[in-house]
Design a protein around this ligand. Sequence first.
Ligand code: GTP
Ligand code: MG
Length: 173
Amino acid sequence: MPTLKVFVAGLPGVGKTETIKSASDLPLVSVEKKILGTSEIHVMDYGRVYLPPVMLYFYANTHGEAPSTVWPRLRDEMQALLFLYDGTAPEQAARAHKEFTSCISDYTGAVVIGVSKIDDPQFSSGVYDSAVEAVGSRCAVLPYAGLQRDSVRVLVDEIIRSLSNTGGLAWPT
Ligand SMILES: Nc1nc2c(ncn2[C@@H]2O[C@H](COP(=O)(O)OP(=O)(O)OP(=O)(O)O)[C@@H](O)[C@H]2O)c(=O)[nH]1
Ligand SMILES: [Mg+2]
């Protein structure tokens, strides 16, 4: 069965855990992930969903750690990066963008940005606008609601689409 590993990245509180919960067929678990090629173990959120013919695995940073600190040790085995900006936190947008820029440097996998919490009255379209402006044509920027399965599914579909566009899929779609 073809598999696809997706790292869900973002600053603390952006909605990574809820997004994985909504995307996944399983209750959320925390895993001790072995870092490829090392003896290092890293605690991460984990979920998975079967979208025939592919099994997608999701991992996310936890415990308030910055994505750019763990990503360098994971990027080689992740086919996609789903990077989240908090739609209710315009004051974090500049920091999120700095993290994002660091994560995508030299990365050739699929990249999608989600702007979270569109269902929240505090959602600011300014976060969306600044993300679009900052990333240009590098990747899609999609506002979404992490507590809603259908909304998260749109992000997942975009990841699969962008991988098939770049020839990164090993199976026909
Ligand atoms: N309204 C709304 N609230 C959300 C959404 N996604 C997450 N939240 C809330 O935002 C808070 C943080 O969500 P988490 O999923 O725990 O965020 P996280 O990125 O995993 O946070 P850390 O693990 O601490 O880095 C929680 O109170 C969630 O209920 C969303 O789409 N809409
Ligand atoms: Mg979390």
